[in-house]
Design a protein around this ligand. Structure first.
Ligand SMILES: Cc1ncc(COP(=O)(O)O)c(C=O)c1O
Length: 451
């Protein structure tokens, strides 16, 4: 989506230039036809042609006679103006079908939130007018603790829950609390890139530990780096491969953490979306010794733009985490907290999950069906909001992901998510943010573009 104000050709030019400068479009990438880009951004064909001419004139693109327009091989080195950055962000907010991490607008949920927010704005609590608890509102933590106990088998009381701005802030708090630059940590291989990058950015010494059909291979981790101080895992639904950490491995991981005096950072990001069989309990529930820091999020169940998640911490870490929280972003939005508290307390959340689960399950089935027309090995996952469409060993999944984007299908290549071992090849595809027919059409268009 383009910003609403200003001439369309300029807005489109800035948006495309932002994508090129930020590396999201690479030298040599083919730009869509002016007809396609005009349709996608809702501008006139003339505005698209003018925007392309400006990109060519400024050296960001090259027009090749009879072949279309391409990102220039040598993009001019200019500092993107803050205004251009804002346009990049606007573009990021308009993803292609298949893009990971999207959620669908649920009309009932939006209506309830509108009503709740309205009420809290018309009869505002005194809390909104002063500074609050860095752990978040107690009433909300009561609801979250009750939900986690009942639905996820997490053993906790409200004082152990800390509301965060999503998993990412929870990870950051965990890292700042437990670790210092140079400390050894294990990550899964392949791994959620936002977690790996955060650990690397914090100067930790990261050891990728292979994941196989039973989840992270604890014995390999011990062989490679027994003295690690922490491990980041997605035990209920490994990201991106989707496997579940077996009970034997869960116990081995906890045993190692006890012996090594290490912490387990458990990211339980999408367990609410289980389509077959009983939900799997969290690893935190079998720990018993305060070795697990549990992370959850409302980004998948509700929407990423809400920026709400939570940490469940062992009591002995609570004060340290809260000191860091107070010094970094003080406390969560009390207004949003109050609305969320009532949403949970009044049973709207479980009704919302039921509706969302039904919707994404339908999208999953349509996606799997469509992908069977392509060169993939694919089956319907029993949990989560994404799948891996696997390719033959050695296939160029990075190229294929780029081709998919050109065909209007937003996927992520699997192999770059691997660090150590030579990885499997495939496309990681989300099925949560788009209606089944839109997702299915994008997948089919891509498959038929492959010939
Ligand atoms: C593995 C994993 N953890 C957590 C999240 C959620 O992140 P956040 O809560 O910061 O939005 C995602 C979202 O894509 C994810 O893939």
């Amino acid at each position: 989506m383009l910003p609403a104000q200003g001439p369309r050709r300029l807005a489109l030019y800035r948006s495309l230039r932002g994508l090129i400068e930020s590396g999201q479009m690479k030298p040599g990438d083919k730009l869509p036809t002016t007809r396609d880009i005009a349709k996608r951004f809702g501008v006139s064909r003339g505005a698209a042609v003018a925007a392309y001419e400006m990109l060519v004139a400024d050296g960001f693109a090259e027009a090749r006679v009879g072949a279309g327009t391409y990102v220039a091989e040598a993009v001019p080195l200019v500092q993107a103006a803050p205004e251009a950055q804002a346009v990049v962000e606007a573009e990021v907010a308009a993803p292609l079908p298949g893009t990971l991490g999207c959620s669908t607008a649920d009309e009932t949920t939006l209506r309830i939130f509108r009503m709740l927010m309205n009420r809290h704005l018309t009869q505002p609590s005194a809390r909104h007018f002063h500074y609050n608890d860095p752990a978040g509102s107690y009433a909300l933590r009561v609801e979250v603790a009750a939900y986690l106990k009942a639905a996820r088998g997490v053993v906790c009381e409200p004082d152990q829950v800390i509301m965060t701005a999503g998993t990412q802030q929870g990870l950051d708090l965990a890292v700042r609390t437990l670790l210092k630059p140079g400390d050894p940590v294990w990550i899964e291989d392949p791994c959620y890139a936002a977690a790996r990058e955060l650990f690397e950015g914090a100067g930790l010494s990261v050891t990728p530990v292979p994941v196989n059909g039973e989840g992270i291979d604890v014995a390999s981790g011990i062989a490679a780096r027994p003295e690690a101080k922490a491990v980041y895992v997605t035990p209920s639904h490994q990201y991106p491969l989707g496997v579940t950490l077996s009970m034997a491995r869960r116990l081995a991981l906890i045993d190692w953490a006890r012996a090594a005096n290490a912490y387990i950072i458990e990211d339980d990001y999408d367990s609410e979306f289980r389509f077959a069989g009983p939900p799997l309990s969290a690893l935190q529930g079998i720990d018993g010794e305060g070795r697990v820091i549990y992370l959850g999020t409302f980004s998948k169940t509700l929407l990423p733009g809400f920026r709400f998640g939570y940490l469940v911490v062992p009591r002995h870490l609570r004060e340290r985490v809260l000191t860091i929280r107070r010094l970094t972003d003080r406390f969560p939005s009390t207004l949003a907290e109050d609305a969320l508290t009532e949403f949970l307390r009044d049973g709207h959340f479980s009704a919302h999950i039921k509706r969302a689960r039904k919707r994404v399950r339908a999208a999953r089935d349509v996606l799997v069906e469509a992908l069977r027309e392509g060169p993939f090995q694919v089956s319907a996952p029993e949990q989560g909001l994404h799948l891996v469409a696997e390719l033959a060993p050695g296939a160029d999944d990075v190229l294929l992901a780029r081709q998919a984007r050109e065909a209007g299908f937003g996927t992520k290549a699997l192999s770059p998510l691997y660090q150590g071992q030579s990885g499997r090849r495939g496309l990681v595809i989300g099925f949560s943010g788009f209606p089944p027919e839109v997702l299915g059409a994008a997948a089919r268009r891509f498959c038929s573009s492959l010939g």
